[in-house]
Design a protein around this ligand. Structure first.
Ligand SMILES: [Zn+2]
Length: 114
């Protein structure tokens, strides 16, 4: 059984995002799984802390399961590899985000979903 991933949201037409599993976007379970540990991020309830961490500046390296919220600069972490098109939710600033690949750098980045 895979546990729910609070940072990755599933979304149906016309409905607000709900906490879901990235398995919805990974039917064969091919994505690498990551073990998330609590980094002491205290801006969200304790059960969600491991899905977020603080950005430590330009020398910080994002893992394949991490993306930065463009609004509040918090690092959002998924229990699976993130891919372009994934929808993630930044709980600290309540932004709904879509993962995309930056053509210039090849790195993943998040854009606010309207
Ligand atoms: Zn945010």
């Amino acid at each position: 059984m895979s546990e729910p991933d609070a940072a990755v949201m599933t979304e149906r037409d016309g409905e607000p995002p709900t906490a879901g599993s990235p398995a919805a976007n990974d039917p064969r379970g091919e994505r690498q799984r990551f073990v998330l540990d609590d980094s002491g991020f205290d801006e969200v309830p304790k059960k969600y802390r491991r899905f977020y961490r603080k950005w430590r500046g330009p020398k910080d390296r994002l893992a394949p399961n991490e993306v930065i919220c463009p609004v509040c600069k918090v690092v959002i972490r998924s229990s699976r590899t993130l891919l372009p098109g994934d929808r993630v939710y930044c709980m600290p600033c309540m932004s709904r985000l879509v993962v995309a690949r930056n053509e210039a750098t090849g790195e993943l980045e998040a854009h606010v979903a309207y």
